[in-house]
Write a protein that binds this ligand. Sequence first.
Ligand code: AMP
Length: 395
Amino acid sequence: MKNILDQSFEGKRVIVRVDFNVPLDEKFNITDGSRINAALPTINKLLNDKARVILMSHLGRPKGKEERYSLRHIVNYLQKLLGVLVSFSDDCIGSSAKKAVSKLNNGEVLVLENLRFYKQEKLGEERFARQLSDLADVYVNDAFGAAHRNHASTSTIASFFPSEKYFGLLLKKEVDSLEKALNNPEKPFTAIIGGAKVSGKIEVIKSLLEKVDCLIIGGGMAYTFVRAIGGKIGSSLLEEDKIDLAKSIIKKSKELGVKLLLPVDSVNANDFNSDADIKKSDILDIQDSYMGLDIGEKSINIFSKEIENSKTIIWNGPMGVFEMSNFENGTKKIGEAICKSTVNGAFSLVGGGDSVAAVKKFNLEDQVSYISTGGGAMLEYLEGKELPGVRAILK
Ligand code: AMP
């Protein structure tokens, strides 16, 4: 991988695809700047070199030019973080973008307007990518969160920089962490997959089965598996059409000698809200009108023991409805077990929007080895797919 740390970019116009798709409140204040913070190492490296740094990103899902999705809203935040002049171009291509770039001095930053104000961005259109490339001498992709997209700024643009294209430090760290876990894992290797539905994670489960020693399945998706082994799951989440698939995954795990752990007990409610009546039960015997919303204590103990004996851990998806305090315990305790194992030397990788939200909710973010900034991109990587944003740089 071509590393920006091995080069100096002094005086060069460097266009960096970042992922500044941050949440904003109704007054356009940034409510969680993690994604901007994650891009700082790359930006600071380029500023230390005295490069002219041009940042491009998408924000939200605008339908044409919508002011509320303008990247103008992040400029002050970024300027405060960087302590250098950050200017803004109200177009990402064309004469005004060119003019703004021409005014840029070494060691300064320019933010381009939202790429998705042009539909050509998502279409990966070549002409649009060329117009972006006209602004710079060097292309850096640091947007891991968008690396699974075949868009103009994440993929097409790279071909206009045949020898001057690089991975940013964040993207490199993400890919290195995933590679470390997937291709060179210290054993035992455990994957914990949770969340609402089996359907969204089938490919990940299939691909991980080939690599792990132990696969733990929790969250809403576990109930389809429980049903597949003949359990009574009441009104818990069920994907009828995935029961056979669950059976085949159980069979495959046996053939491969992978330990597949399902919950053995469940915390159930008679309604999907935190004031509902709660009954705990064996996982195979949930009362008819009750739904399983969290894993029970016995499951927590079994899963935690396995996690604490593991040397490589991947976690994607919560163990229950962690957003409601009555059903957060399983996710919290599993998070804590991962942290404990990490303190004892395991490499732990957490990713996927909801697991990251859970890790943050329980203040565990400093205690795991790596938190991925890109849920969708991480899932596709775990599925064994090559990401267009990665392929475009390596080509
Ligand atoms: P996903 O996006 O598939 O990772 O699913 C995350 C969501 O799954 C979270 O919002 C959780 O509240 C939800 N979830 C986890 N466990 C359950 C469950 N047992 N029943 C219903 N929803 C669940």
